[in-house]
Design a protein around this ligand. Structure first.
Ligand SMILES: [Zn+2]
Length: 130
């Protein structure tokens, strides 16, 4: 379990305890137990739905644009090098790319960056970087 997953679990358990307390006041011990699982389950479902909603966002603007050859989508890239400065991806065609901020650049054979795609506004999609 990652730190963020533990945090979501703790918040969900807290929601479960709160709903258990409210249900226990009205329906006693059995109500408290049922209330805990209802609150906990509702919180978990909320986080899962939120995650699905956020992944829908990537249909609008994928994490990485289609490659220069027009063949590879965001999920077709593999990370080949990670450093503090940059992350280098390679698409299935074998071309290398680097993402820096909002720019996605191709890395040519001389190890130089060439502008490729960029997005500007918060809701803008990838467009050619000139
Ligand atoms: Zn490709």
């Amino acid at each position: 379990m990652t730190l963020i997953e533990i945090a979501f679990f703790v918040v969900s358990a807290y929601v479960g305890v709160l709903s258990a307390k409210m249900a226990a006041d009205k329906f006693g011990v059995v109500g408290g137990i049922v209330g805990f699982f209802l609150g906990f389950g509702t919180a978990i479902c909320f986080w899962l739905a939120l995650g699905k909603l956020l992944s829908l966002w990537h249909i609008w603007r994928p994490l990485r644009p289609i490659c220069r050859n027009g063949k590879c989508n965001a999920k077709d890239y593999e990370i080949i090098k990670v450093s503090a400065k940059e992350t280098i991806w390679v698409c299935k065609c074998g071309d290398k790319y680097v993402r820096k901020g909002r720019a996605f650049m191709s890395l040519n054979e001389d190890e130089n960056f060439e502008p490729y795609m960029i997005y500007t506004g918060l809701f803008c999609r990838w467009r050619p970087d000139k």
